[in-house]
Ligand binder design. Structure first.
Ligand code: ADP
Ligand code: ZN
Length: 436
């Protein structure tokens, strides 16, 4: 099923034409309503009439997270205050959070796009759907909530926390769908297991997971432990929230709601546009947003774009899995290393807990990478280190990492719960080279 075949399966030519028209309109709108953009465009000696087709997008200035911070709280807002009906704020672990204002039309576009995602996952009006993203300033909870209501399924606004009650509700209400972060899905599975509830005692069949990077291994683990099929859901508050892209039943990349969010991939260093298929930084332009439209917003997410019609019948461009953040990417002895690659190796090893830390150093002129990883509690309890020397496990992890990363890695296996936990977004990397 396709929620909006008109848009999701639009012939490519027609889509590009629509995007061109919308781009011209949004550029004209920000030029007249956002001094930041007017100044930038004047500096570059361009005006809205120079933007006639979607190909002209490369003439436009980029927008960065720093630009949002510099214009805190609402300097980039284009709509008058009376038109704003909701605010969200991104987590912003350092400095000012990023505040995004939405008009009524923005909220309705968001709900429409979210309904497209849910329909692609196979959710219908007959489903009972639990939203276990946090409700509040974070876009996850309310964003998915409005989409479920718009679709017409029943929404269960569970939010996060009180996980045992959540598990009981899943069972008692026969909940069939859930949206949450992949890490919360694993926590939910652990809680269920502790309560003696097996996947066949609940009816979950669809999971929408996102808001943080996850791997194919994680997908398999979640699917097995919760007895559902897991789909990717991508979004960011600056552009809208969850709904920017979604997997269909083919699960070959995530379809982008291209009539609203125009994607580009650029080289994060030169800012040159890269052809589809190459990995680089994902950049979005909002084509219809009123509250806070953004031109060429640099997401810092690294991935590639894929063309070509999908077997599901949608024609929209798809994005590959997020491989990391451009600000996360490490260059070690000239090789690009993403923490997500290390994560996927560690999640694939039954002896290791999903917890790790990368420590990069420079010894002489040589970069070194040490990966600290925790052993799983049950292996530890079984006295594994007396049965299998820890060095054997270290060697095993190091070999796997070497084959995936193409560089040699030193591995330190540690006891459970010894790698420091951080609140909110985890810190995976310590790069000691910078302070030498
Ligand atoms: P912030 O992290 O800046 O507070 P958000 O809470 O809006 O902002 O988070 C958006 C970011 O979350 C994205 O830029 C991306 O890095 C990450 N993200 C969201 N969905 C996914 C997904 N499905 N896969 C990987 N990363 C995701
Ligand atoms: Zn598809």
């Amino acid at each position: 099923m396709i929620w909006n075949p008109n848009k999701e399966s639009m012939p490519r030519e027609q889509m590009r034409e629509l995007q061109g028209k919308r781009l011209h309109k949004v550029v004209d709108y920000v030029y007249h309503n956002v001094p930041f953009y007017r100044n930038k465009m004047q500096e570059m000696d361009i005006n809205p009439n120079d933007i006639r087709s979607i190909d002209d997008i490369v003439k436009l200035p980029f927008t960065t997270k720093q630009d949002l911070r510099d214009n805190y709280p609402t300097g980039l807002q284009a709509a008058p205050a009376s038109e704003i009906i909701r605010f969200h704020a991104s987590s912003g672990t350092t400095g000012n959070p990023t505040i995004v204002g939405y008009t009524r039309k923005d909220v309705s576009v968001w709900s429409e796009c979210m309904a497209r995602c849910l329909t692609a996952y196979g959710v219908t009006r007959d489903d009972v759907f639990s939203v276990a993203y946090g409700y509040g300033l974070f876009t996850g909870g309310l964003g998915v909530h409005y989409g479920v209501e718009h679709l017409g399924a029943a929404v269960l606004p569970t939010s996060t926390g009180n996980t045992e009650k959540h598990v009981r509700l899943l069972r008692d209400l026969g909940v069939t769908g859930i949206a949450c972060t992949p890490s919360y899905a694993l926590y939910l599975a652990e809680t269920m297991e502790r309560m003696g509830i097996t996947p066949d005692m609940i009816k979950l069949r669809v999971g929408a997971f996102g808001a943080e990077p996850w791997t194919e291994n994680m997908r398999q683990e979640i699917e097995r432990r919760l007895g559902l099929k897991g789909y990717n859901l991508y979004g960011l508050s600056e552009i809208m929230g969850p709904c920017v892209s979604y997997e269909c039943e083919c699960q070959n990349g995530s379809h982008i709601c291209e009539d609203h969010y125009f994607p580009e991939i650029v080289d994060p260093n030169t800012l040159e546009t890269l052809p589809h298929g190459q990995v680089g930084e994902l950049v979005f332009t909002t084509l219809t947003k009123e509250g806070m439209p953004l031109l060429r917003y640099r997401t810092r997410d690294l991935c590639s774009l894929m063309d070509g019609e999908c077997e599901c019948g949608r024609t929209s461009v798809r994005m590959g899995r997020i491989m990391g953040r451009s600000d996360d990417m490490l260059i070690i002895r000239g090789i690009n290393v993403f923490p997500s690659q290390v994560e996927s190796v560690i999640l694939g090893m039954p002896e290791c807990a999903p917890r790790f830390l990368l420590i990069v150093d420079r010894v002489g002129n040589l970069d070194t990478l040490t990966v600290e990883v925790e052993v799983r509690q049950e292996y530890f309890d079984a006295g594994f280190d007396t049965l299998t020397p820890i060095t054997d496990l270290e060697k095993k992890v190091a070999e796997k990492l070497r084959s995936v990363l193409s560089i040699s890695v030193k591995v330190k296996v540690k006891a459970p719960n010894t790698i420091e936990r951080s609140q909110g977004k985890s810190k995976f990397v310590i790069d000691n080279r910078k302070i030498q």
